[in-house]
Design a binder for this molecule. Structure first.
Ligand SMILES: C[S@@+](CC[C@H](N)C(=O)[O-])C[C@H]1O[C@@H](n2cnc3c(N)ncnc32)[C@H](O)[C@@H]1O
Length: 217
């Protein structure tokens, strides 16, 4: 499939898409599994919540969120990758209240439901900035009044202040959009789009964070 944004590294295809979870486990020496469990725990999801997972990938995160939601909650994962979608459906097949939809998140879409929580993990950094603004509009539109946006992604930092090895890894494996993402002052952007920061938890020497933002009226 042709990429929508050719320079993006979050439009994952081919071998990497088919083996995404395994690759993440291997390159992190097993740390990723522990980290993602801890990040989902830090979301403090409640039984009965409706969650929209944007760029949901293989369903690994959905399977970790589902026990918190119980039988009365609901989770819908959206992703453009067929390979990711196949894995999502397989991984979540035991849950009646977890669905997948092949859907671009960077253009307006209608779900027909309002969600308590929109979750997005390691997608926003890999999009051009003007496209991120469209994604934020989609998130706002699909949240209930007072709903929250949980953004798990890189935090804000200066690339030149990173230790040399980390900087080499980051600039080698991430795309140019990610460089802009980490150096950006996000608070005014979120404010402009109708979100207020309510919480922040950090991992990996503060280079990664779970940011919780509430939809303002
Ligand atoms: C780095 S992966 C992260 C997957 C998952 N959120 C996770 O944390 O494991 C990025 C995901 O975003 C999806 N994606 C990228 N661009 C997208 C778009 N425009 N619309 C929908 N999904 C997109 C990719 O197919 C991929 O599954």
């Amino acid at each position: 499939m042709t990429k929508i944004y050719p320079d993006s590294h979050v439009e994952i295809q081919g071998f990497m898409a088919r083996h995404y979870d395994t690759v993440m486990n291997l390159i992190s020496g097993g740390m990723y599994a522990k980290f993602i469990r801890s990040a989902v725990q830090a979301m403090h999801l409640q039984s009965g919540e409706y969650v929209l997972d944007l760029g949901c990938g293989t369903g690994r995160n959905a399977c970790l969120m589902r026990p918190y939601l119980g039988d009365t909650g609901y989770l819908l994962g959206l992703d453009i990758s067929d390979e990711m979608g196949e894995q999502f459906k397989k991984n979540c097949r035991q849950y009646d209240n977890v669905d997948f939809r092949n859907q671009r998140i960077d253009i307006p879409f209608e779900i027909g439901k309002e969600f308590d929580t929109v979750f997005m993990s390691f997608v926003l950094h890999g999009l051009p900035h003007e496209i991120r603004l469209n994604v934020l509009d989609n998130i706002y539109k699909n949240l209930k009044p007072g709903g929250r946006f949980c953004l798990l992604d890189f935090s804000e930092f200066k690339l030149k202040e990173m230790p040399a090895l980390y900087r080499w890894l980051f600039t080698t494996f991430e795309c140019k959009y990610a460089f802009d993402f980490v150096e950006r002052d996000w608070e005014p952007v979120f404010k402009e789009k109708g979100f207020k920061k309510t919480g922040e938890t950090f991992w990996f020497k503060n280079y990664v964070r779970l940011l919780t933002l509430q939809k303002t009226e």
